[in-house]
Design a protein around this ligand. Sequence first.
Ligand code: ZN
Length: 293
Amino acid sequence: METLQFIEEDFPWLMPSFAFLMGAIVGSFLNVCIYRIPAKKSIVSPGSTCACGQPIKWYDNIPILSWFILRGKARCCGSNYSFRYPFIEALTGIFFLAAWEAHSPLKALCIMIFAAMLVCGSFIDFDHMEIPDRFSIGLAVIGFALSVLIPELHGFDRADFAGASINATLQSILGILIGSGTILWIALLAEIVLRKEAMGFGDVKLLGGIGAFLGWQGAIFSIFGGALIGCVGLLLWAIAKRMISSKRTSNDEALLGRHIPFGPMLAGGALLYSFAMETAVLKYFAQFEKLFQ
Ligand SMILES: [Zn+2]
């Protein structure tokens, strides 16, 4: 830790740059996962291949940069690569950088794992309108395990007191139960009011996973913060669509209907909490607790 302090004082840009770079590399791996996991293919072998079957050379597989150097076209056969690849790499890089800037090193590491899993799950949700169980339930299992091992994730320092690990474990369990429970009730009420299925059971499981990492306060914030992000996002999307074509397309109908993935919005709320809102939200809920004392 002392060495880290020394590095941070003399080269303040070094660790943040390293965090971004790590994120971009992880993002490159997430691109593989997003494509292969729903297709039930192995995520480790074979290595990255082009759509034409040719293996991609390492120098054409540099996160973010390669896409711009090759101008989005494969070197082997010229087929188009989606802009989504460098976008996900840059996005994951920014998330890792934000985690590093917002938290102590140990907690930042946990939040990086959390963010990477959310990016992967969200884009699978965009593509397939479903979050695989291995994400939502995997998120809960990993969040719980990290809480036991690294109590700093929930703000408990092992150096301060012996019960840190137990407290963090309890906070994680409460997060799973209150997170999934709250959204389950909202889903049930929405179903009664709207007379149709408003949310999938996948969102309930995802919220349990978010709670395992962020505790119950973070889970509850993710629901409402996520709903807000969703509203703003849909509004911007609708305005952009309007500006491109004044005609209403069937795509709009789908958007205004029930085919809106809620998972990415919940993930957005969770990340907003992790990077910027945690202190304020914890203070807000602590005031409530005082009322009952
Ligand atoms: Zn090719």
